[in-house]
Write a protein that binds this ligand. Sequence first.
Ligand code: ADP
Ligand code: ADP
Ligand code: ZN
Length: 216
Amino acid sequence: MNIVLMGPPGAGKGTQAEVMARKLFVPHISTGDIFRANIKAGTELGQLANQYISKGDLVPDEVTMGMIKDRLAEEDCANGFILDGLPRTIVQADALAAVLEEQGKKLDKVVNIDVPIEKLIERLSGRRVCRNCSQTYHLQNNPPTEAGRCDECGGELYQRADDSEETIKNRLDVYLAQSSPLIEYYEAKGLLLSIDGDQSINNVLADVGRGLGQNW
Ligand code: ADP
Ligand code: ADP
Ligand code: ZN
Protein backbone atom coordinates (compact mmCIF):
# COMPACT_ATOMS: atom_id res chain seq x y z
CA MET A 1 0.00 0.00 0.00
CA ASN A 2 1.32 3.44 -0.95
CA ILE A 3 0.28 5.86 1.77
CA VAL A 4 0.82 9.53 2.51
CA LEU A 5 0.43 10.62 6.12
CA MET A 6 -0.53 14.25 6.59
CA GLY A 7 -1.35 16.52 9.49
CA PRO A 8 0.01 19.60 11.22
CA PRO A 9 3.32 19.51 13.12
CA GLY A 10 2.78 17.45 16.26
CA ALA A 11 -0.38 15.69 15.04
CA GLY A 12 1.22 12.29 15.64
CA LYS A 13 2.33 11.37 12.12
CA GLY A 14 5.69 9.93 13.15
CA THR A 15 4.18 8.07 16.10
CA GLN A 16 1.51 6.41 13.94
CA ALA A 17 3.78 5.84 10.96
CA GLU A 18 6.26 3.79 13.00
CA VAL A 19 3.58 1.30 14.04
CA MET A 20 1.79 1.29 10.68
CA ALA A 21 5.05 0.54 8.88
CA ARG A 22 5.69 -2.48 11.11
CA LYS A 23 2.15 -3.78 10.62
CA LEU A 24 2.10 -3.25 6.86
CA PHE A 25 5.72 -4.40 6.27
CA VAL A 26 6.58 -1.23 4.37
CA PRO A 27 9.20 1.45 5.08
CA HIS A 28 8.40 4.60 7.04
CA ILE A 29 9.84 7.48 5.05
CA SER A 30 9.99 10.69 7.06
CA THR A 31 11.37 13.71 5.24
CA GLY A 32 12.13 15.35 8.59
CA ASP A 33 14.10 12.28 9.75
CA ILE A 34 16.07 12.20 6.48
CA PHE A 35 16.91 15.89 6.82
CA ARG A 36 17.93 15.46 10.46
CA ALA A 37 20.15 12.46 9.60
CA ASN A 38 21.85 14.64 6.97
CA ILE A 39 22.27 17.50 9.43
CA LYS A 40 23.84 15.13 11.96
CA ALA A 41 26.19 13.70 9.32
CA GLY A 42 27.13 17.22 8.17
CA THR A 43 26.32 16.56 4.49
CA GLU A 44 25.83 19.38 2.00
CA LEU A 45 22.10 18.60 1.90
CA GLY A 46 21.98 18.75 5.70
CA GLN A 47 23.74 22.11 5.86
CA LEU A 48 21.40 23.57 3.27
CA ALA A 49 18.25 22.13 4.85
CA ASN A 50 19.22 23.28 8.32
CA GLN A 51 19.08 26.94 7.27
CA TYR A 52 15.35 26.50 6.76
CA ILE A 53 14.51 23.88 9.38
CA SER A 54 16.09 25.88 12.21
CA LYS A 55 13.68 28.74 11.47
CA GLY A 56 10.66 26.48 10.95
CA ASP A 57 10.48 27.32 7.25
CA LEU A 58 10.06 24.78 4.46
CA VAL A 59 13.13 23.46 2.68
CA PRO A 60 12.86 24.50 -1.01
CA ASP A 61 10.76 22.16 -3.13
CA GLU A 62 13.47 21.23 -5.62
CA VAL A 63 15.81 20.07 -2.83
CA THR A 64 13.08 18.12 -1.09
CA MET A 65 11.68 16.55 -4.26
CA GLY A 66 15.11 15.45 -5.50
CA MET A 67 15.71 13.73 -2.18
CA ILE A 68 12.36 11.95 -2.09
CA LYS A 69 12.52 10.86 -5.71
CA ASP A 70 15.72 8.94 -4.96
CA ARG A 71 14.31 7.47 -1.77
CA LEU A 72 11.11 6.20 -3.43
CA ALA A 73 13.16 4.55 -6.16
CA GLU A 74 14.90 2.32 -3.59
CA GLU A 75 14.03 -1.32 -3.61
CA ASP A 76 12.34 -1.45 -0.21
CA CYS A 77 9.55 0.78 -1.59
CA ALA A 78 8.56 -1.75 -4.26
CA ASN A 79 5.70 -3.14 -2.16
CA GLY A 80 4.59 0.12 -0.62
CA PHE A 81 5.62 2.95 1.67
CA ILE A 82 4.36 5.34 4.27
CA LEU A 83 5.39 8.84 3.35
CA ASP A 84 5.40 11.09 6.41
CA GLY A 85 5.96 14.83 6.00
CA LEU A 86 5.59 15.17 2.24
CA PRO A 87 3.85 16.71 0.37
CA ARG A 88 3.68 19.96 2.32
CA THR A 89 2.70 22.20 -0.60
CA ILE A 90 0.46 21.82 -3.63
CA VAL A 91 3.59 22.12 -5.81
CA GLN A 92 5.10 19.14 -3.96
CA ALA A 93 1.86 17.17 -4.34
CA ASP A 94 1.88 17.65 -8.12
CA ALA A 95 5.59 16.83 -8.24
CA LEU A 96 5.02 13.69 -6.15
CA ALA A 97 2.30 12.52 -8.53
CA ALA A 98 4.73 12.95 -11.43
CA VAL A 99 7.54 11.08 -9.61
CA LEU A 100 5.21 8.20 -8.80
CA GLU A 101 3.87 8.02 -12.33
CA GLU A 102 7.44 7.85 -13.65
CA GLN A 103 8.06 4.93 -11.30
CA GLY A 104 4.80 3.21 -12.31
CA LYS A 105 3.18 3.78 -8.90
CA LYS A 106 0.22 5.67 -7.47
CA LEU A 107 -1.07 6.66 -4.07
CA ASP A 108 -3.68 4.40 -2.48
CA LYS A 109 -4.65 6.63 0.45
CA VAL A 110 -3.83 9.94 2.07
CA VAL A 111 -4.37 9.72 5.82
CA ASN A 112 -4.93 13.11 7.41
CA ILE A 113 -4.51 13.22 11.18
CA ASP A 114 -6.64 16.06 12.41
CA VAL A 115 -5.75 17.77 15.70
CA PRO A 116 -6.97 21.22 16.83
CA ILE A 117 -4.17 23.77 16.48
CA GLU A 118 -4.30 24.78 20.16
CA LYS A 119 -3.37 21.21 21.24
CA LEU A 120 -0.29 21.12 19.05
CA ILE A 121 1.88 23.47 21.09
CA GLU A 122 1.61 21.17 24.12
CA ARG A 123 2.41 18.11 22.00
CA LEU A 124 5.41 19.72 20.34
CA SER A 125 6.92 21.31 23.41
CA GLY A 126 6.74 18.01 25.35
CA ARG A 127 8.19 15.97 22.49
CA ARG A 128 11.49 14.18 23.06
CA VAL A 129 13.33 12.20 20.40
CA CYS A 130 16.01 9.50 20.57
CA ARG A 131 19.34 10.76 19.24
CA ASN A 132 20.20 7.27 18.10
CA CYS A 133 17.04 5.73 16.54
CA SER A 134 14.61 8.72 16.22
CA GLN A 135 11.91 7.03 18.33
CA THR A 136 9.55 9.72 19.62
CA TYR A 137 8.27 10.20 23.17
CA HIS A 138 6.27 12.78 25.09
CA LEU A 139 7.11 13.91 28.62
CA GLN A 140 3.48 13.47 29.75
CA ASN A 141 1.56 11.61 27.02
CA ASN A 142 4.05 8.91 26.13
CA PRO A 143 7.00 8.94 28.53
CA PRO A 144 9.90 6.47 28.30
CA THR A 145 10.25 3.91 31.11
CA GLU A 146 13.44 5.59 32.30
CA ALA A 147 13.54 9.39 32.07
CA GLY A 148 15.79 10.64 29.28
CA ARG A 149 16.50 7.14 27.84
CA CYS A 150 15.03 5.46 24.78
CA ASP A 151 13.06 2.25 25.51
CA GLU A 152 14.04 0.80 22.14
CA CYS A 153 17.80 1.30 22.14
CA GLY A 154 18.88 3.02 25.38
CA GLY A 155 19.87 6.14 23.42
CA GLU A 156 19.75 9.63 24.86
CA LEU A 157 16.53 11.61 24.40
CA TYR A 158 16.77 15.23 23.27
CA GLN A 159 14.48 18.10 22.40
CA ARG A 160 14.51 19.14 18.75
CA ALA A 161 15.77 22.71 18.31
CA ASP A 162 12.73 23.49 16.15
CA ASP A 163 10.41 22.40 18.98
CA SER A 164 11.11 25.67 20.79
CA GLU A 165 8.04 27.86 21.29
CA GLU A 166 9.21 30.56 18.82
CA THR A 167 9.84 28.13 15.99
CA ILE A 168 6.67 26.14 16.71
CA LYS A 169 4.60 29.28 16.07
CA ASN A 170 6.20 29.78 12.68
CA ARG A 171 5.79 26.11 11.76
CA LEU A 172 2.08 26.26 12.55
CA ASP A 173 1.71 29.42 10.43
CA VAL A 174 3.56 27.73 7.57
CA TYR A 175 1.28 24.69 7.92
CA LEU A 176 -1.90 26.78 7.78
CA ALA A 177 -0.73 28.85 4.82
CA GLN A 178 1.02 26.22 2.70
CA SER A 179 0.07 22.69 3.77
CA SER A 180 -3.56 22.78 4.92
CA PRO A 181 -4.86 23.36 1.35
CA LEU A 182 -3.68 19.80 0.62
CA ILE A 183 -6.67 18.46 2.53
CA GLU A 184 -9.07 19.73 -0.14
CA TYR A 185 -6.63 18.80 -2.88
CA TYR A 186 -6.65 15.12 -1.90
CA GLU A 187 -10.33 15.14 -0.97
CA ALA A 188 -11.08 16.21 -4.55
CA LYS A 189 -9.00 13.28 -5.79
CA GLY A 190 -11.00 10.87 -3.63
CA LEU A 191 -7.91 9.78 -1.70
CA LEU A 192 -8.49 11.39 1.68
CA LEU A 193 -9.02 9.41 4.88
CA SER A 194 -9.65 11.86 7.71
CA ILE A 195 -8.81 10.66 11.22
CA ASP A 196 -9.60 12.32 14.54
CA GLY A 197 -6.13 12.70 16.04
CA ASP A 198 -7.41 14.24 19.25
CA GLN A 199 -7.64 10.90 21.09
CA SER A 200 -5.20 8.42 22.58
CA ILE A 201 -2.36 7.06 20.45
CA ASN A 202 -3.99 3.60 20.44
CA ASN A 203 -7.42 4.89 19.46
CA VAL A 204 -5.94 6.89 16.60
CA LEU A 205 -4.15 3.76 15.42
CA ALA A 206 -7.37 1.74 15.59
CA ASP A 207 -9.24 4.35 13.51
CA VAL A 208 -6.45 4.40 10.93
CA GLY A 209 -6.57 0.61 10.72
CA ARG A 210 -10.34 0.60 10.20
CA GLY A 211 -10.06 3.32 7.57
CA LEU A 212 -7.44 1.35 5.66
CA GLY A 213 -9.46 -1.86 5.87
CA GLN A 214 -6.85 -3.49 8.11
CA ASN A 215 -7.80 -5.71 10.96
CA TRP A 216 -5.34 -4.50 13.63
P1 ADP B 1 4.36 14.61 14.06
O1 ADP B 1 5.25 13.55 13.41
O2 ADP B 1 3.03 14.71 13.38
O3 ADP B 1 5.03 15.93 14.19
P2 ADP B 1 4.74 13.08 16.52
O4 ADP B 1 4.35 11.69 16.17
O5 ADP B 1 6.19 13.37 16.66
O6 ADP B 1 4.03 14.13 15.52
O7 ADP B 1 3.98 13.47 17.87
C1 ADP B 1 4.15 14.74 18.48
C2 ADP B 1 4.22 14.58 20.00
O8 ADP B 1 2.91 14.23 20.49
C3 ADP B 1 5.15 13.47 20.46
O9 ADP B 1 5.75 13.88 21.66
C4 ADP B 1 4.23 12.26 20.67
O10 ADP B 1 4.71 11.38 21.67
C5 ADP B 1 2.92 12.93 21.10
N1 ADP B 1 1.71 12.24 20.59
C6 ADP B 1 1.57 11.57 19.42
N2 ADP B 1 0.30 11.11 19.27
C7 ADP B 1 -0.38 11.50 20.39
C8 ADP B 1 -1.73 11.31 20.84
N3 ADP B 1 -2.64 10.65 20.12
N4 ADP B 1 -2.06 11.84 22.03
C9 ADP B 1 -1.14 12.52 22.78
N5 ADP B 1 0.13 12.73 22.41
C10 ADP B 1 0.53 12.23 21.23
P1 ADP C 1 6.88 17.62 12.19
O1 ADP C 1 6.84 16.14 12.34
O2 ADP C 1 6.91 18.31 13.50
O3 ADP C 1 5.83 18.16 11.27
P2 ADP C 1 9.09 17.11 10.43
O4 ADP C 1 10.08 16.27 11.14
O5 ADP C 1 8.15 16.45 9.49
O6 ADP C 1 8.28 17.96 11.52
O7 ADP C 1 9.82 18.28 9.65
C1 ADP C 1 10.77 19.10 10.28
C2 ADP C 1 11.16 20.22 9.33
O8 ADP C 1 11.78 19.66 8.15
C3 ADP C 1 10.03 21.07 8.80
O9 ADP C 1 9.67 22.11 9.70
C4 ADP C 1 10.63 21.61 7.50
O10 ADP C 1 11.54 22.66 7.77
C5 ADP C 1 11.44 20.42 7.01
N1 ADP C 1 10.63 19.58 6.10
C6 ADP C 1 10.16 18.33 6.35
N2 ADP C 1 9.44 17.88 5.30
C7 ADP C 1 9.46 18.86 4.36
C8 ADP C 1 8.89 19.02 3.07
N3 ADP C 1 8.12 18.06 2.52
N4 ADP C 1 9.12 20.18 2.42
C9 ADP C 1 9.86 21.15 2.95
N5 ADP C 1 10.42 21.07 4.17
C10 ADP C 1 10.23 19.95 4.88
ZN1 ZN D 1 16.38 4.90 20.45
